[in-house]
Write a new protein. Structure first.
Length: 129
């Protein structure tokens, strides 16, 4: 094998290593946001979802509320009755909506993700607009 071919092979291997390291960093999130609600517990219209959006993109839905007696304390990130996702450090806009009979429920606001933290957002039925 001549020297030019060896250099070419080593260069290609080096580039492949760099590209795969960069892809791993794509999935390196810095914090979490956790949404939870009491809407379904207080409204008498059967089961319904509260769809949650971040920067206009749907990230999921809350199908079940926190129990009525538990609404005075915050759940932990990742608890079963929360919608928790990982995000990079930064400021974001959220909105959420659901339908209860003929009523349209809507929430919106801003939140910030900080390093190694969990931002908790309570979609309170008393705060709908």
């Amino acid at each position: 094998m001549n020297n030019n071919l060896k250099i070419l092979i080593v260069s290609i291997m080096y580039l492949i290593t760099l590209i795969s390291c960069e892809k791993k960093d794509e999935y390196n999130y810095d914090g979490e946001v956790s949404f939870y609600t009491n809407a379904q517990a207080f409204l008498n219209c059967g089961e319904f979802d509260v769809d949650v959006y971040i920067d206009g993109n749907k990230i999921g839905a809350l199908s079940k509320p926190l129990p009525i007696l538990a609404t005075d304390k915050q759940p932990n990130c990742g608890d079963p009755l929360t919608l928790t996702i990982k995000k990079e450090i930064g400021e974001y806009v959220y909105s959420a909506e659901g339908e209860c009979g003929y009523d349209n429920l809507k929430w919106e606001g801003n939140f910030q993700i900080m390093k190694d933290s969990c931002t908790k957002i309570f979609l309170d039925i008393t705060d709908i607009w």
